[in-house]
Design a protein around this ligand. Sequence first.
Ligand code: NI
Length: 169
Amino acid sequence: MIRPILKFGAPELETESTPITRFDQEIKTLAEDMLETMYSAPGIGLAAPQVGVNFRLLVIDITGGEEKGHQIIFTNPEITEQEGTQEAEEGCLSIPGFIAVVERPSKIHVVGQDLEGNPQELDAEGLLARVVCHEIDHLDGILYLDRASFLKRDLIKRKIKKLIRAGEW
Ligand code: NI
């Protein structure tokens, strides 16, 4: 089931999410819904707070479903190692219509669990590392805007305020 994606301004997006301790059907359904929601958006990553659920769950597919075998589902992900930096423009399904340059690590090692609660780890670099960092930030209530330059952040926030006033957000 496709769930509505919350937009900038929703309190869930600025809330630190809770670790998952019960790997029940509710979590599996949520992950399925998040994948469907991400693919239909379309997007390449989605975190549970973006659909209004403050649990530490994320889904990623950097091919947007174009190629098989790229689907990633992580519960309770944590970056345990990182290396180098990369800069590129980033967007977010919760901040549609805007992009900004964000610095991220170029390589990361992530540990966490799958939907059954089994340990899971991942080495990522390039775009995948960027997306994983972006989605883990969501679980901590951090948006990419918080990591953009002050000027860019200010500009985007002012434009969003105007859209909100116009009833277009
Ligand atoms: Ni996002």
